[in-house]
Design a protein around this ligand. Structure first.
Ligand code: ARG
Length: 686
């Protein structure tokens, strides 16, 4: 098909304009009292036709603008530029589903009105924020007027922010999601949400469950946990495991295609001394599986010998050579050691309910050869005191990667280069996430830069480093046991279990719950509190590990939230209302937000899609924790002020407020979904 010419576009625009005008004239007549159209099926048709034509008009007008711009300018780029598609706005409340992202819809609405008010501004800022606590300022605000006033000033047009705000307001078409908009102060547009809209959204959640907001499905590779074989899996790896798992969960909830990878440190020179030590300690290791129960101790012993015994050191190096040339006996010994380690790691993953696929550094051996060959051929590698290095930046800024060591061996850098190539070419990833301590930031940014320079990564493919701070003890020093040893993760989890049971017994729960319920509560609290303590802090900061704080049932902790949730769940239970009865009631009346406290809670619940989208993009999970806490605070306020079930003096139920029980149900469902994303198990009783 040939490109439409400017002339044909102008012709088509004026034709569309004429048709739209004719229809508008008819509609005008109707609005002025000519009622002959009422009941006429053509009315519906005309209305839809009019909508469609308006859209076509905008598209054609934009095309004409782009065409006109390209014929007068010499800039080839602009002629190729597609006219920016204006988002389609919600016009009918019944078409809205429970997963609508309110803030995005508001952005769309104001993008429309701002571009109609100021068509000459290129990409005008559309700033929508939450309004804070004072109900006077509405629920959201559009704060674009100040910035636009500045932009106009630069073009020598004087218009105060208040004038701009009024102009925008005049161009804002009514939306079923907005009740009203007010211009306030220096030029803020205060947006008040429609209650009917909020009720509709919450009713949809009641009917069809909590659904994720819609996003483009992507293939995401999440590299997390990744401990090193034979070395200890330390608290840093625990953080990576918890944060990484939660990131996978949120991306999976959004229906992405997620690959959870454990980039185990399973290859390297440390295996030389381990194999040498194995040969000495368990000469029959090939036929009899050696009873190594404590691989860390085994590692320490071999390291000690390596440091103190020259003879042993030499043998260890020889073992490395044998292993690297894939000598079967040595490969067998290596596999054996890896297996012992993996079994230990798996115990942690099972306890924390974390699914992950092992794919250690050894997986990339051949791929390292080929990536090095490719980089060499393409001239990216430079010699530096015998090693081969690669700069991410042609100006040689920052730190280069060491791709080949002076002895010809490969490094951590080489395996990550091979890994990213494999993840692009074979795994077809769009987004590559690495969850490690903040100290590795530069490493991954250099991997990104080098991979881009070498054309391994293409535009649109993103590398993200999810860094986190150090875990500290309550003394604010490095987290250690009382005797100064590093803490074994399994022992840490055991202590969590013990402390959580103590806490439950202290509250007398062992007398109320069945043994089965008590055990479920104990585990949910123990692992939940460890995860939540980690996730609820901004991950870039160091965090202080304190069982006392995380097991506190007041404040922003897992225990508090789990209690809050069981309380909500018990409201319907004590009223003896089954979910089915509730849903049947919902079919009749639907959920209503009448009381001020109901309305307030409803608006918090409405923000779920917004929070999910934010967290899945910036990968800061503490916002999700803060949101959970906000829900439970809003719920407490609602529950204090609004009866859900009324009882007489004898405790007999006299009245059930079904609409409020529906609000409880939606609250519980959203909280459960959030907790699930955080990897925290919920219990029905605790
Ligand atoms: N094994 C490394 C460590 O313990 C983490 C590996 C992270 N992933 C990667 N692709 N380099 O620090």
């Amino acid at each position: 098909m040939s490109e439409p010419t400017e002339k044909s576009l102008v012709e088509r625009t004026s034709r569309a304009e004429k048709e739209a005008r004719a229809i508008e004239e008819e509609l005008e007549k109707i609005s002025q009292g000519d009622l002959s159209f009422i009941g006429d099926p053509r009315l519906e048709q005309l209305l839809t036709e009019n909508e469609k034509l308006k859209h076509r008009l905008v598209i054609l007008e934009n095309a004409v603008k782009a065409e006109a711009g390209s014929s007068s300018s010499t800039n080839k780029e602009s002629s190729k530029k597609e006219p920016k598609k204006r988002p389609i706005l919600v016009t009918d409340i019944t078409s809205v589903e429970g997963n609508i992202c309110v803030v995005n819809e508001l952005k769309n609405i104001f993008e429309h009105s701002i571009t109609s008010a100021y068509p000459d501004l290129v990409d005008p800022p559309v700033v929508i924020t939450l309004s804070g606590n004072n109900p006077k300022f509405g629920d959201y605000q559009c704060n674009s007027a100040m910035a636009i006033s500045q932009l106009l000033k630069a073009k020598n047009i004087k218009s105060s922010p208040r004038e701009v705000a009024n102009n925008i307001l005049n161009k804002t078409a009514p939306s079923p999601i907005i009740e009203r908009i007010e211009v306030a102060g220096a030029g803020f547009l205060n947006i008040f949400l429609s209650k009917a809209f909020a009720e509709h959204v919450l009713n949809s959640i009641l009917k069809s469950g909590v659904k994720p907001p819609q996003v483009k499905r992507e293939r995401v590779i999440v590299d997390f946990s990744s401990p090193n074989i034979a070395k200890e899996m330390h608290v840093g790896h625990l953080r990576s495991t918890i944060i990484g798992d939660s990131i996978c969960r949120i991306l999976e909830f959004l229906n992405n295609d997620v690959l959870r990878l454990n980039h185990l440190g399973d290859w390297g020179t440390q295996f030389g001394m381990l194999i040498a030590h194995l040969q000495d300690q368990f000469p029959n290791f090939k036929t009899e599986s050696p009873p190594i129960s404590d691989l860390q101790a085994f590692y320490k012993e071999s390291k000690k010998r390596f440091d103190e015994d020259e003879e042993f050191k030499k043998r260890a190096y020889a073992c490395v050579v044998q292993l690297q040339s894939h000598q079967p006996d040595y490969i067998a010994a290596w596999k054996l050691i890896c297996e012992v380690s993996r079994k230990e790691f798996q115990k942690i993953y099972d306890r924390l309910d974390v699914k992950i696929k092992d794919r250690g550094e050894s997986f990339y051996q051949d791929r390292m050869d080929s990536v090095v060959k490719m980089l060499k051929e393409q001239g990216y590698l430079e010699e530096d005191e015998g090693r081969l290095i690669m700069w991410g930046d042609e100006k040689h800024e920052g730190i280069p990667l060491t791709v080949v060591k002076s002895d010809g061996g490969y490094t951590y850098d080489t395996s990550d280069l091979a890994a990213i190539k494999q993840r692009v070419d074979e795994e077809k990833g769009d987004r590559f996430i690495y969850v490690t301590d903040a100290g590795q930031y530069t490493h991954f940014m250099t991997i990104d830069a080098c991979a881009r320079r070498a054309g391994i990564l293409k535009d649109g493919q993103r590398v993200e480093h999810v860094g986190f701070g150090v875990v500290l003890g309550e003394d604010k020093k490095k987290f250690k046991t009382r005797s100064g040893d590093t803490i074994k993760l399994i022992e840490l989890l055991d202590e969590g279990l013990k402390r959580s049971l103590d806490k439950l017994v202290e509250k007398g729960r062992d007398k109320v719950l069945t043994p089965e319920e008590l055990m479920l509560a104990q585990e949910a609290v123990a692992y939940g509190c460890i995860k939540y303590a980690d996730l609820s802090h901004n991950r870039v900061n160091d965090y202080i590990f304190s069982f006392d704080k995380m097991l506190d049932d007041k404040g922003n902790t897992a225990v508090y939230l789990l209690y809050a949730l069981t309380r909500i769940r018990s409201i319907a239970r004590t009223a003896q209302i089954s979910t089915d009865t509730l849903l049947a009631e919902a079919q009749k009346s639907g959920l209503k937000l009448t009381h001020e406290a109901e309305w307030k809670l409803g608006k918090v619940l409405l923000r779920f899609p917004e929070i999910i989208l934010k967290v899945s993009s910036d990968l800061y999970l503490h916002s999700l924790c803060e949101y959970l806490y906000e829900i439970s605070s809003a719920f407490t306020e609602f529950y204090d002020k609004c009866f859900c079930v009324e009882k007489d003096k004898e405790g007999k139920i006299v009245k059930i407020y079904y609409e409020r029980l529906m609000l409880c149900e939606v609250t519980a469902r959203i909280m459960e979904q959030c907790l699930d994303i955080l990897g925290i198990k919920t219990v029905s009783r605790m």
